[in-house]
Ligand binder design. Structure first.
Ligand code: GRF
Length: 197
């Protein structure tokens, strides 16, 4: 089966992206990352992609309408023949039009057990801060399909992470990220094995 073409959208450091780059290189994923796009110029993930020889672009916002911005993203992804879009730490809500265009082909990773600690305002460290504040004993990571809501699409994979009494945002984030990397590779590998795509 031919390798699937993957587009990755990032806004930050890109450790999840790195896990995907490594898994594509070592054959764990039957796919190739065609392009990495960022809405932040200084996102280190862009550098990770370039080092791996992957097309990496900062897509400038320029105060344009969300629809227009997403058109720009979609045009690059289409140009690269992308079959799967992975949101790997992408901190922008996508428009209905973009989601329709890549229907059932967009996956997101979220650093909690959805439906807890997700939705508007729950991103990055804020998720782990809220988990510690609530005093829950279990959190985790979720991979889900993207629909028009925020963190609401069908869940593909979840894995729990115990919250320890001595945890700080940093220690908890680190353990959750390790799980994220593993689950994301699994979800993308799974998608790339599908015949019908
Ligand atoms: C991850 O925790 C991801 O779940 C969240 O943002 C973080 C991105 O981390 N949406 P990285 O950029 O992949 O290192």
């Amino acid at each position: 089966m031919e390798k699937k073409r993957i587009g990755v959208l990032i806004s930050g450091g890109g450790t999840n992206l790195q896990a995907l780059i490594d898994a594509c290189e070592n054959g764990e994923i039957n796919g190739e990352i065609a392009v990495v796009l960022s809405n932040k110029e200084d996102a280190f993930g862009l550098e990770r992609a370039r080092r791996a020889g992957i097309r990496a672009e900062y897509v400038k916002w320029l105060g344009m309408a969300p629809e227009e911005y997403d058109e720009k993203l979609a045009a690059i992804l289409k140009d690269e023949g992308v079959q799967l879009v992975v949101l790997a730490g992408w901190l922008r809500v996508l428009t209905r039009h973009f989601i329709e265009h890549f229907k059932n082909r967009i996956i997101n990773i979220h650093p909690s057990l959805i439906p807890s600690f997700c939705g508007k305002g729950y991103y990055g460290e804020k998720v782990h801060q809220a988990v510690l504040k609530a005093g829950v004993k279990v959190t985790g990571a979720t991979i889900h399909m993207v629909d028009e809501g925020t963190d609401t699409g069908p869940i593909l994979f979840q894995e729990a992470v115990n919250v320890l009494s001595e945890d700080t945002v940093e220690t908890l984030q680190k353990r959750v990220l390790e799980v994220e990397h593993r689950l994301l590779v699994k979800a993308v590998a799974d998608f790339c094995e599908r015949q019908e795509i």
